[in-house]
Unconditional design. Sequence first.
Lengths: 300, 224
Amino acid sequence: MQKFDMFSGRLDLPLSSDPATRLLPWIISVMVFLAMLMLAGALVLTGATSSWEKGLSGRYTVQIPPIEGESTVQVDQRINRAIQILERTPGVSAARQVPPAEVAISLEPWLGAGTSVVDLPLPHLIDVSLADRPAVNLEQLREQLGLAVKDSVVDDHGAWRRQIKELIYSLQALAGGVILLIAGCAVSAVVFATRSGIAVHHDILIVLHLIGATDNYIARQFQRHALRLAFKGGVVGALLVGATLGIFFKGVAELDPMLMPDLRFTLWNWLILLAVPVVICVIAMRTARATVLRELRRIQ
Amino acid sequence: MIRFENVGMRYGTGPEVLSDISFGLESGSFRFVTGPSGAGKSSMLKLMYLAERPSRGLIRLFDRDVSGLSRNEMPALRRQIGVVFQEFRLIDHLSAFDNVALPLRVAGMPEDIIAKHVTELLSWVGLAGQLDARPVTLSGGQQQRVAIARAVIGRPQLLLADEPTGNVDDAIAVRLLYLFEELNKVGTTIVIATHNEGLVSHFDYPVLHLEDGILTTPSRNAEI
């Protein structure tokens, strides 16, 4: 009931007619739009990179380079030898050769359809799935494979995963920084509008005090007004973001999924995104309140 | 109810506008504050309604030393004081109803009770048909009645009026003072600042007379 009153309650001060506050909803709508867009970008990219990272964790890839003049039988022998060693290794749950057809499909977006990978000097790949426990002794495995299968390479994707993690952290830090910057701008706009309102209505504030109004009563008036303006701005900003993301995801859906990372928006992502206008409303309200209380102590 | 002891007051670093003011008012009393323009009547009332602080001396209101009041204690004390300001100081964008309702709203009274009290009081001061009128659309006399209604709606223990008859003719001024007299009869302490000595002579109440910021006691008080 009190929250409803905070939104719909009456104003003793004619704050709606203040020139300084007329632009505030538009400023806030731009802030909300930018903050939500930044957050949406960070969430989409974090989701995509996380799914990459998840896909690589718990797996190794063993590469067996081709040897010139080697027969198919010899190739199969080397691959089988490597698979046998892998299957005996504690911590490995499964090892299978990646069929050439699968490799061809992976390379199709770059090399075009119908390319025979058999004619290319590509390494033969073994996909290794790891069990949760025990942990594989990677050094020992590399040594064993190196002795049994010449020039074999065990890729634990560590460097790639580290890079992806760094990318995720960088994206999150960048989004956080930009959102903080936007929140700072929103705070400044509300402080300016509130101070302007206090200056314009100074005489009314004196009368309110003299008839027994507390600082809290006056602050609630400004707080209520800031909430209404921020809500208007928040709704406009959120609608603009909704439209922008709609266009973006429609465009993504039309792209080749093989070329694109997994760009999806979960329910949680939408909820996080919708929290932005709510947070901006709370920031506007709290900023207006703090500004009024500070200014009132100064003027009287 | 009110006690001034050697009170002096100055605005900023200017000269004293009130010097060595000492007097006491009992609860339920009625006083005029008289004196020529610039004598310090409004300044003395400002001290009483806590708009200004004395630069020296002691002021006690409702048995409390006002110099020791914290910012948070002021509103509750101010709600016991009704003020009719010299220029009314009505809030232009609010209707007559909302102007009068303000003291009750700041006190947190429910809207249904506010509506009942305010409508009753505005009818009593002859403005039943002007509830929704903005102050700018009202005559000087009507604005004055709205200001008086705002001052008394909270049933204050102390009512202060600064030149309340300044904008009306003598006949209406006398009627207004009868209204204050009625409020005094129900226990409200009344202090009225006016430079209209003729008006004061219609009533048998003691006078606090100021000359250049100094309190003098006219002989009529002894007679009363």
